[in-house]
Design a protein. Structure first.
Length: 646
């Protein structure tokens, strides 16, 4: 039975046993894999439906109508590849290599499928993305404190008593990690703005107001220090700037923390005393750090595990192997021009991008301020190529669409950003499309590039990566997965210690300590846009048929606006407006509304990202700030049937 691995942008990276029989795919979780533990999440169980979808692209498409109209003609692979190659050459000759941008992300996390196409663009010296859409602010913040964003191996949870899920909903997004903590018998707490399914299954829930995470964490740190609940020996030997931080939090008023966070003084004290006693570990989510306050929040939260004696007492990222060989940046002959991911529309507007090659991503669903991005694409002369399995919203705006295959149809490996396993993915069957690496080789050939690094086979790349990381191809083939041993490590900060006083932050012009800034918007309601349980950003909307398009709202906010449960409403701000139905819930605090993110506009008619801000946290690597979006909601008149203003 072939080994597969789920390549989705998900913590769990499940090892799968697949079978293709009588023309049908079946899948089950690998029982030998510690994290997968023999079961798949609801999305994983539906992978055969996705694989067999009748909507899969089967032939290349060339646009014949207006951008976004969906008017294409079918073409042969030879015609499409030659068309793309010729346009790529023309663009470089006329505008220079930096006018070409490859836009990709983690829609498929296979090491080869993710990275190999970048070799071609490095060889051509094109512009490259500076990734900021997902976890960038947290990455930078953790480097400020620890010098790394790589935290605790989840298998070490068996030695712990308490895990705090801070701004993460693992019952939906990290189910195998959530069940691992349950198997190990940990007490679970949740800190979140929303009473999520995880919060409902936790022993304690601390519901805070949006963007007050930093203040709550500082208040907890103040109580731990002032009540001498911290690990004195650990702090003395391993922390830089403790006395300065102690003096900093000494001036913080707990009454102010109570007022801003919405928590009671008793709740804050319970957290501080309980966390200290149980020496808690914190799993920090990616959602809450996608705000203008996100980096500061992560810096503050990251201090808490160190106070109670953990060298790396957080879960955020887990980079186990060096995959740089697959990307091939060594093929460049000059430094890359980096374009901030969230600022794609701005660079198109300025005319700096003339050729856009997109794969493993659906930016016309996932990027913020969609109206601006779509307008920029329609009004520019940028040539767009999309390589995808389906005719996504991004594909609709493309000049050429190339059919991709699925991970069940190719050889690859994948690591995880949660656990320490690398898993093997073997081809099970072949239906339609070509892999990212296949298309890269075809384009290199059409461009007349003979460099052998652009023509390596998938297996050659995989074997080389494993060799460079000291891992066995034979063992991986036998077991389907291999655990990457953890090497002894220290903190990569300027002081070589955990920095409560962050020298790296000071170098970027920030305060040495995390700061709370109260933020208010032009509109009265804070909009949150988390992922839905049955989708991963925009993936699966078109195949699983299970989405939740409702706006969720606190009953008190609704009553103030004359809105009742089930009413048709309009959600709006300066960027756009959408029309949907409201559901009232006490799971949200007052002043907050929620829409699930990144559904397909061509299927639903709207997308929450027509409202989200494309501001960035510049001091944290131009990280996205989706959750610093403000809106207003009003009831729609019964005779209002006009379309969404997108």
């Amino acid at each position: 039975m072939p080994f597969s691995v789920c390549m989705r942008d998900c913590y769990d990276t499940c090892s799968i046993l697949s079978e293709f029989k009588d023309g049908k795919l079946s899948v089950r979780g690998n029982p030998e894999h510690l994290i997968t533990a023999g079961f798949l999440c609801p999305k994983g169980a539906l992978l055969p439906k996705w694989f067999h979808s009748p909507d899969r692209l089967k032939a290349p498409l060339i646009r014949t109508g207006e951008r976004g109209s969906g008017e294409f003609r079918e073409a042969s692979w030879d015609e499409a590849i030659n068309f793309v190659a010729n346009k790529l050459k023309e663009t470089i000759e006329e505008y220079g290599s930096e006018s070409v941008l490859v836009y990709q992300y983690a829609g498929d996390r296979g090491v080869v499928n993710y990275a190999f196409p970048l070799r071609l663009f490095h060889y051509l010296n094109t512009a490259m993305l500076d990734y900021g859409i997902c976890d960038r602010a947290g990455q930078e913040a953790l480097k400020d404190v620890y010098g790394t964003a790589i935290g605790l191996d989840p298998e070490e949870l068996k030695k712990q008593r308490l895990i705090v899920y801070w701004g993460v909903n693992p019952f939906w997004t990290n189910l195998h990690g959530f069940m691992l903590a349950k198997r190990y018998g940990l007490e679970t707490w949740t800190v979140d703005v929303v009473r999520t399914e995880t919060a409902k299954r936790s022993h304690r829930f601390f519901q805070i107001r949006p963007e007050t995470d930093v203040l709550f964490a500082l208040g907890v740190a103040k109580l731990i220090i002032e009540n001498e609940l911290y690990d004195r020996d650990f702090v003395r030997e391993n922390v830089y700037g403790f006395e300065e931080f102690k003096n900093y939090v000494k001036t913080l008023s707990l009454d102010y923390v109570v007022k801003e966070t919405g928590l009671s003084r008793e709740e804050i004290e319970d957290f501080a005393f309980g966390f200290s006693e149980k020496r808690g570990v914190i799993h920090m989510g990616y959602g809450f750090q996608r705000s203008l306050s996100g980096g500061e929040a992560v810096r503050a939260i990251a201090i808490l595990p160190a106070l109670v004696g953990h060298p790396f007492g957080f879960i955020y990222d887990m980079k186990t192997i060096d995959k740089s060989y697959a990307e091939g940046a060594f093929l460049r002959t000059k430094p890359a021009k980096r374009i901030a991911q969230v600022k794609l529309a701005e660079y198109i507007e300025k005319g700096e991008i003339k050729f856009l090659y997109i794969y493993n991503s659906n930016p016309l669903a996932s990027l913020p301020n969609q109206r601006r991005l779509r307008k920029a694409l329609k009004e520019s002369d940028v040539f767009v190529v999309t390589h995808d399995i389906f005719l996504t919203d991004t594909a609709l705006y493309s000049d050429v669409v190339l059919p991709a295959n699925t991970f069940f149809e190719r050889l690859d490996i994948a690591d995880s950003y949660y656990h320490r396993y690398v898993a093997l993915n073997e081809p099970v069957a072949r239906l339609y499309g070509k892999s990212n690496s296949e298309v890269t080789r075809l384009l290199a050939k059409a461009l007349g590039i003979q460099n052998p690094h652009l023509h390596e086979s998938d297996e050659e790349v995989i074997r080389k990566i494993l060799e460079l990381n000291g891992l066995s191809w034979g063992e991986l083939k036998r077991k389907g997965f291999i655990r990457v041993p953890e090497k002894p490590r220290r903190w990569k900060t300027p002081s070589g210690k955990i920095e409560f006083y962050s020298q790296r932050a000071v170098e970027r012009g920030l305060s040495p300590f995390p700061e709370y800034r109260k933020r208010e918007g032009k509109y009265p309601l804070k909009l949150l846009t988390p992922t839905y349980r049955m989708t991963i950003t925009s993936q699966y909307h078109n195949t699983h048929g299970m989405i939740d398009p409702n706006l969720y709202m606190n009953p008190a906010d609704a009553e103030k606006r004359g809105i009742k449960d089930g009413d048709d409403v309009e959600v709006f701000n300066d960027r756009g407006r959408i029309k949907t139905t409201v559901k009232l819930t006490e799971d949200l605090p007052r002043g907050v509304v929620l829409l699930y993110k990144a559904f397909w506009v061509r299927l639903l008619g709207w997308n929450a990202n027509f409202l989200t801000t494309d501001e960035t946290a510049e001091e944290y690597g131009n990280a996205s700030a989706y959750h610093s979006t403000w809106v207003e909601v009003r009831k729609r008149a019964q005779n209002s049937n006009s379309s969404n203003s997108l």
